[in-house]
Design a binder for this molecule. Structure first.
Ligand code: HEC
Length: 142
């Protein structure tokens, strides 16, 4: 009798654990996708390919990334254009995905990202992230 109770309790506990892991596993994965930057799941970025791509003339305006963002992404054509050299790779990839997919819109930049593949985004992000940074915390300038 005691044995039967133990076994059924064990079976109950086990089935509960299985259910939990099934649900927990699913929701953890979903939450992981949302919590992580959207660059999660992109192919591995290749710096050399990213450099080539950064210098290649795009179809949108006939300009390369470097034409507007400058050498190493650090010498923008216009002071209002962002410096992207040494920026976090995930941030760069996320921004490019957002411009491409419409989550972020800008008259100039959106068209530059149109048609970029996930691999190209990953390569570009890896390249610009590998450059020296001139980014700084504005709170520290006084
Ligand atoms: C015609 C000029 C131009 C070209 C060419 C261009 N960009 Fe941009 N880029 C801009 C401007 C302007 C912004 C700021 C847009 C905004 O305020 O959202 C920007 C923003 C960005 C940002 C977001 C930076 C941040 O701090 O949020 C990234 C990343 C970026 N560009 C990468 C690239 C890459 C990679 C290429 C080449 C595929 C490229 N850009 C080509 C003008 C350009």
């Amino acid at each position: 009798m005691t044995r039967t109770i133990k076994y059924s309790a064990l079976a109950f506990a086990l089935s509960g654990a299985l259910l939990l892991s099934a649900c927990g596993g699913g929701s953890t994965t979903d939450a992981g996708h949302q919590a992580a930057s959207s660059s999660a799941g992109l192919p591995t970025g290749r710096i050399a390919e990213g450099e080539q791509q950064a210098n290649a003339k795009g179809q949108a305006t006939g300009q390369s990334c470097i034409d507007c963002h400058g050498a190493d992404g650090n010498v923008p054509l216009d002071p209002s254009y962002p410096k992207i050299g040494g920026q976090y790779r995930d941030y760069l990839a996320h921004s490019l995905q957002q411009y491409r997919d419409g989550g972020r819109e800008h008259a100039l930049m959106s068209q530059q990202a149109t048609g970029l593949s996930d691999q190209q985004i990953s390569d570009l992000a890896a390249y610009f992230a590998s450059r020296p940074t001139l980014l700084r915390d504005l709170h520290k300038i006084h």
